[in-house]
Design a protein around this ligand. Structure first.
Ligand SMILES: NC(=O)c1ccc[n+]([C@@H]2O[C@H](COP(=O)([O-])OP(=O)(O)OC[C@H]3O[C@@H](n4cnc5c(N)ncnc54)[C@H](O)[C@@H]3O)[C@@H](O)[C@H]2O)c1
Length: 355
């Protein structure tokens, strides 16, 4: 079914070659968008994720670059800002690179968008982790109005909050139609391990827990469970996030935040068990201590507001989402290994690259 309001729309997706961004771009094409301008500097993306379609106009460069900003069309209907410096560990390794690609980026983009006359909505990919309570005890679902601490675990997390604050400022001062989509942990097809440039740590390759576990499990490895797997997250399938991003654009109230969450708490051990079952991996888990920088033990998001105000509910259960992601990973091992190969001078990846 075509979402009303997107057919023939002229849209911008910043970070549109990335994992979530590329899934959004494909959905926007299917919804009949007239023109999709993608801005991406490929820091954590691979060209394989940019659809070959005449309606997609790729601007390869940083959204903090003045020439890139000047080249943006003035007649945009919708914009999604999904660029970031991926991810927490890389930002800890290089806080200035995080600033250049995760903080100044939001400021310069919103400052440019504030003058566009036809713009109906700017949706910002905000991070639920930045507002979640830091606890290893029983977690309470994080709601949109949860207080954000001034003590954050990483420059990444700070940048995600600063992006919200700049957007709020441009909304209040310049009526920028700014909506915050607060993500929980997204997983699914299109997250390519190793995509993009080396960003200072092996997390360049391993990215998030789900794709890393799937890839390791397909290679028969013991899955490494930080904090012995007792840490919990709220895992949301990428198609659901994309539906939520579109709902925020079409129905979101400017100035408001909406959680894109399942509302279900899943421990890392449960995720690992599920992935091992789906891939047929018999290796026992490798239990590890908690990561020293990560104070966020247990957390999940409260989906009530987005359900009540946007009519948004997730549709893909975790087991089904994991099965689809495993199938996608099996089918895309060649592109994943090509991306891994770019980092083989920095870390030993021979075990994965030989097959
Ligand atoms: N994936 C998750 O679980 C999750 C959770 C919370 C929030 N988010 C947010 O969602 C968004 C998308 O995340 P993702 O998982 O798709 O990550 P991703 O790394 O795949 O996508 C980020 C994209 O931004 C691009 N980029 C980086 N610097 C840029 C710059 N200066 N100019 C233009 N493009 C630039 C990267 O090349 C990449 O394509 C991010 O803003 C992220 O902070 C993601």
């Amino acid at each position: 079914m075509t979402a009303p309001g997107l057919a023939n729309a002229r849209v911008l997706v910043v970070g549109g070659a990335g994992f979530v961004g590329s899934n959004l771009v494909r959905r926007l094409l299917a919804e009949g968008a007239a023109r999709i301008t993608v801005v991406d500097n490929f820091l954590s993306a691979d060209a394989a994720n940019v659809p070959d379609d005449a309606r997609v106009h790729l601007i390869r460069g940083s959204i903090a670059d003045d020439a890139v900003l000047a080249a943006l069309p003035d007649d945009l209907d919708f914009a999604w800002h999904l660029a970031c410096y991926h991810g927490n560990q890389s930002s800890i390794a290089d806080p200035l690179a995080d600033h250049a690609n995760n903080t100044i980026t939001s400021l310069k983009l919103f400052n440019r968008l504030k003058d566009l006359p036809a713009l109906r909505k700017v949706v910002y990919a905000a991070a639920g982790c930045a507002v979640a309570e830091k606890t290893y005890e029983e977690a309470v679902a994080t709601s949109e109005d949860a207080p954000a601490s001034l003590f954050q675990d990483s420059p990444y997390s700070i940048s995600k909050l600063v992006g919200e604050m700049y957007g709020n400022y441009f909304f209040a001062r310049h009526q920028l139609p700014f909506v915050k989509a607060r993500f929980q942990n997204v997983y699914g097809p299109g997250e390519i391990l190793g995509a993009g440039d080396w960003r200072g740590t092996p997390h360049t390759v391993w990215r998030n827990v789900t794709p890393s576990f799937i890839f390791r499990a397909l290679h028969g490895e013991a899955l490494p469970l930080d904090n012995a797997g007792e840490t919990s997250r709220d895992f949301i399938y990428v198609d659901d996030i994309v539906r939520g991003l579109i709902a925020c654009a079409l129905l979101g109230e400017p100035g408001e935040a909406y959680n894109l969450a399942t509302g279900r708490e899943v421990t890392i051990r449960m995720l690992a068990d599920l992935i091992n079952r789906e891939t047929g991996n018999a290796a026992a888990h490798d239990l590890k201590p908690a990561r020293d920088w990560d104070k966020s033990g247990r957390r999940y998001g409260d989906p009530t507001k987005s359900r009540d105000r946007l009519g948004f509910e997730t549709q893909v259960p975790l087991a089904e989402g994991v099965a689809r992601t495993v199938a996608w990973t099996r089918e895309n091992l060649a592109v994943i290994k090509a991306c891994l190969n770019r980092h083989s001078g920095r870390m030993d990846l021979r075990a994965y690259l030989k097959a």
